[in-house]
Design a binder for this molecule. Sequence first.
Ligand code: PHE
Length: 461
Amino acid sequence: MDVSGKPREKWGSKLGFILAAAGSAVGLGNIWRFPYLTGENGGGAFVFVYLLCVLLIGIPLLLNEVALGRHTKRNPIGAIQSTIPNSIWLVGPILCIAVCFFVLSYYSVIAGWAIGFLYTNISGSSITFETIQETPKYILPLLGIFILMTIWIVQGGVSKGIEKASKILMPLLLLIVVAVAIKSLSLPGAMAGVDYYLNPDFSKINGKVVIMALGQAFFSLSVGWGLMITYGSYMDKSHNIVSAGVWVAFTDTLVALLGGLMIFPAIFALTAPAEIEGVLTGGTTLVFNVLPQIFDQMPGGAMFGAIFFILLVIAALTSSISMLEVPVSYMIDEKKWNRKKSAWVIGGFAFLLGIPSALSFGAVDGLSAFKIFGTEYNFLGMMDTVFGTFSVIIISLSLSLFTGWAFKTDRLVAEINEGSSFSKPIALGISMAQVWVFFIKFVVPIVVGVMLLTQFGIINI
Ligand code: PHE
């Protein structure tokens, strides 16, 4: 039962939570953001730091969010309100709801590009990526199509809609990634790419690499968005939070690593040596500009391109439905809207807010390039910095401080204990619960706090 006395919607099975949460985690973050950040931040060195961030910071915060959600059976704001009402801690969850809404708006633009690519690939049309990006009559309908698909799944209800979609989409996704990675690895010259990607050059690790890796871990795991609070709130007490959380993190990391394995061997195999560096550091355009050209040079390239972009749209969809779910569940819980109305109204506003992002790649000059504090942005890039990076870091910090210092950690340990043996000593008389409490109280706030201070230029590492 939830506060209103109605039974709360629930996942149909334990696998339902894992599939939906992993579906949320696996998205453009793995396939588009992870490879381009890896290319910009030193290859294997970035991958190494990223893995540490997932393990030491991401997983403890993931367990924290799921436990908080299941304990309170509420959306992020409701979760905090029902524990320490009307406190400063509300800032975190309010930001969560805003962040999911704001990121959904531009995430859908990038997903729209992928649909556009798919269309040009399959139809053999001569429209280029630049044309799709720059032309309102292409990009706005693509944005609309993607948001409509998202709304359509979310309005179907938690287990019926999201779970059904995840059950079909996730295994399909993994299969396609593995197939493309195998193809990429079999190209002559591919091993140089594997070396670049998986053999860390530790001298390349610096403050920026660590910060980007930590930020990417939050983005990719869907941690720091309140999403895992919402999905945790639909979870049954008998389910094991620890194993579910570890499975989600494992799947997300596996797909990110496989995503890199699709891309880096192919780049090294198919690019002239003098041009490789430029391709690797090509930034946000890595996937959208370079990959289709590489696929074009491969035997059966059009098919590979098509498969790749189908994969990207599927991955983006299982993430976008989870982003929409957070504000939708808030409106259902707190404002008593029904699910249909919430999904359509919020999705509609996300479309409207997506318009300036969609037009910020050449369609409207004023949105495509402007300066804030001396740094040049386009509208989408600004949204990603403010909401996709800074806000998520602030939320993660506030949620770890909330659990570690304001709310009793014992209560969440007890919550996690239901369905798992969290407090049973595993080695040297120490239990996972003790390690987790130490991380939530000290390691996470200190590391994330330092990261935040460097982001604002207050300290320099
Ligand atoms: N984790 C998703 C990705 O990697 C992005 C996302 C974040 C989705 C938060 C939902 C909520 O693309």
